[in-house]
Design a protein around this ligand. Structure first.
Ligand code: 2P0
Length: 333
């Protein structure tokens, strides 16, 4: 099954529509996985090996403005500056837009802006592709459901299917070959005290993309065969912990899930490590603080920076231990 088959199945007749407006703009939040997506069963459609669960960082993400232009090529810009057409950033967007040109085929100026530190590895493809499908929906007037938009966003980047909602979002792994049942859905729970602290440790761009890293892990790590069972154990516990407002259980399970993902990467060949000395030092500090009684946990994605997990009541203590911490409350507007 190809991406265009999925697009046709969702849009039907609408795939031939011309834009209803000359421009549209949309925002989507970035999301942090508490139970990680790592490994694909279908690279074309970004269908995962496992379900995953994230929390969206309300208000922090990507704004994408889409304008129809009279040109033979798309124009891509980021934070107001043009991005060279040859760069991967531009090529991924242009290839994605190729699925949605309408008749007669139109060209776009895509202007994305992120209001989160790029260096955190947070101005990710997730909020970018989610904002892009929302802008396309407005531009063409498709009026798709959030679930349908989630499936389209996944075709751009897997984790983007979780960025269509605020709050806790589960990406159901699904079983269908066309991925129509592999999409995000929002959990009803709201947890205002829940905090995420962005701990910036290094600002350099990451060397290896998550896409390549997860493929290599799946192909070469002897530990990868254990991953589906780890997720099957962690995901229900995280959901129970959310319902029960059991923060230590949530923190412990999320941290263990992230560390298992990184352990698999270390055992891949060639080995993959997103750890810097500063990353390890911060982890050890967190473990020490926890031993001293502070309910503080972390998660880490495909980069050296940590995302600290804690409750509002401990916010001052956590801030006093880490300079450079940006504290976000996903459930507080
Ligand atoms: C996640 N990550 O669940 C995991 C944990 C990074 C670490 O999803 O190839 O950019 O576009 O589907 O979605 C980042 O991977 O990969 C990611 P593609 P994506 O958040």
């Amino acid at each position: 099954v190809k991406k265009i088959d999925v697009v046709r199945a969702i849009l039907g007749e609408r795939v031939h529509w011309a834009p209803k407006k000359s421009g549209a703009q949309a925002f989507a939040p970035t999301n942090i996985a508490l139970c990680k997506y790592w490994g694909k069963r279908d690279q074309e459609l970004n269908l995962p090996i496992n379900s995953s669960l994230s929390v969206s960082l309300a208000g922090k993400g990507t704004v994408t403005a889409l304008n129809v232009i009279a040109d033979t090529q798309d124009l891509v810009s980021f934070n107001g500056k043009p991005v060279e057409p040859g760069l991967k950033f531009s090529r991924r967007i242009v290839e994605f837009l190729d699925l949605f040109r309408g008749l007669p085929a139109v060209r776009f100026h895509v202007d994305s802006s992120a209001n989160i530190p790029l260096a955190a590895g947070l101005a990710s493809s997730a909020s970018g592709f989610a904002a892009l499908v929302l802008a396309l929906d407005q531009l063409y007037g498709w009026q798709l459901s959030q679930s349908e938009l989630s499936i389209l966003a996944r075709l751009g980047s897997g984790s983007a299917c979780r960025s269509l909602w605020n709050g806790f979002v589960e990406w159901q792994v699904g079983t269908q070959a066309d991925g129509m049942d592999s999409r995000g859905s929002r959990l009803p729970e709201v947890w205002p005290e829940f905090c995420v602290g962005l701990l910036l440790l290094n600002t350099a761009e990451k060397a290896l993309s998550s896409r390549e890293a997860m493929e290599r892990t799946k192909a070469t790590s002897a530990l990868y065969s254990l991953w589906p069972a780890k997720v099957s154990a962690d995901l229900p516990v995280i959901k129970e912990a959310i319902v029960a407002r059991d923060f230590p259980l949530l923190g412990k399970t999320a941290e263990s899930n992230a560390l298992t993902m990184h352990a698999m990467m270390l055992s891949a060949w060639p080995p993959i490590s997103y750890f810097l000395p500063e990353t390890i030092a911060a982890m050890q500090k967190i473990w020490q603080l926890r031993q001293d009684g502070l309910p503080l946990y972390f998660t880490q994605d495909a980069g050296p920076n940590l995302k600290l997990l804690f409750l509002q009541k401990d916010s001052d203590s956590v801030r006093s231990c880490f300079t450079n911490l940006e504290v976000l409350q996903p459930f507080v507007a």
